[in-house]
Design a protein around this ligand. Sequence first.
Ligand code: AMP
Length: 285
Amino acid sequence: MKIKTIQTIDELRRELNEYKRKNQTIGFVPTMGYLHQGHLNLVTESKKENDITVVSIFVNPTQFGPHEDFDSYPREPQRDSKMLEDLGVEIIFYPSKTEIYPEGYSTYVEVEKLEDALCGKSRKGHFRGVATVVLKLFNIVAPDRAYFGQKDAQQVIIIKKMVADLNHEVIIRTVPIARDEDGLALSSRNVYLSTTERTAASSMPRALQAAKKKIEAGLRNTDIITGMIRDEISKNPMVKIDYVDALTLNRLEKVKEIDLNNTVVAAAVWVGKTRLIDNFILGEI
Ligand code: AMP
């Protein structure tokens, strides 16, 4: 079946109502496009569990800070569309900026506390933009299930909290991190990296992996573990650490000892002008 690309909310609702009338379930995968295997894994999960899958492609301006890469964020909608069609996705929602944020737009969602940790510290307002656009997309698509990647662990934790607090009915599914052969988590932003930056960047997943092994061997002290990760990453002078933290999965709070069922160990680094994130979790999100 040929994939349908829909640009307006009205048309998308009309189209989806046809499926809902027939009691068909809808899986939803929100993305910013420039798709890679990580995104496609979310789509594959959705295809398994739902009658139809909707993928949104929207580079959301409200989640970018004033000096961030909104303008330069890679965009290749034709290529994305072909990849999604090959996977058998039924609908792409590809709205314009004004379709989502018309003139005079003024309503935002804040998920208190959780949005202040990790990436929220260095990207003020980022999760306000994420929560707002995701809730809007949930209200537009009204999916049965929505799929998010563990790569953005804080994002999943915040979305789950928002859905619970605001009594939304959508079920949130988390999909494991897809990585390249050198261990680097796939990201649309990896395209910014030069060959030497790319080699340098792989020190982050290596450091996290080594820390995970230490935990498996019995180490529990979070300061020692995050210190080891920092030391390992810092060996490479091209990589600048934004944060390395070990927090509880449910509240994103600091603890002295790792809880094997409730921990996220997360890092963010700058390699040149590119900011990259990665994590591992102990427990479930
Ligand atoms: P983005 O287009 O970067 O906003 O990502 C859209 C969705 O894909 C989010 O739920 C991300 O967490 C997920 N995602 C991005 N990269 C990966 C990856 N390497 N592995 C798993 N999920 C990912």
